[in-house]
Design a protein around this ligand. Structure first.
Ligand SMILES: [Zn+2]
Length: 119
């Protein structure tokens, strides 16, 4: 009989601050996510017991962080709880730049071919 146990597994819950902050390190002004980091004692890689909880707020640009208290985390709006994306990422469009260029070149090629057959 043997046991596989460990420390240090982390789970992170994210919430977003309602107001923007200016980062003292990189100088960007953004909404900062609040993170609740829970460290777990694991048995057979299954989290069993939380042994440490940290509350931090992180600059989404450079990763600078400050510890906050639980009240600040709890007060943050839960609305965007599942939003792990940093603010300011453009929405995904259907095509990548390479695909767009390829389509453009194909259209040009098709037009040239048409010109040749018409001559
Ligand atoms: Zn920063």
């Amino acid at each position: 009989m043997f046991f596989v146990f460990g420390f240090g597994k982390q789970t992170i819950k994210t919430r977003w601050a309602d107001e923007v902050r200016t980062c003292p390190r990189c100088g960007n002004t953004k909404r900062w996510p609040y993170k609740k980091i829970t460290y777990w004692f694991t048995l057979f890689f299954i989290p069993i017991l939380p042994y440490q909880v940290k509350y931090v707020t992180v600059c989404p640009i450079c990763g600078y962080f400050e510890t906050i208290d639980q009240a600040a985390f709890d007060a943050a709006s839960e609305e965007a709880d599942d939003s792990d994306k940093p603010v300011g990422v453009p929405p995904r469009t259907g095509m990548t730049e390479v695909q767009r260029r390829f389509n453009q070149e194909m259209a040009t090629y098709e037009n040239q071919k048409k010109d040749k057959t018409e001559q």
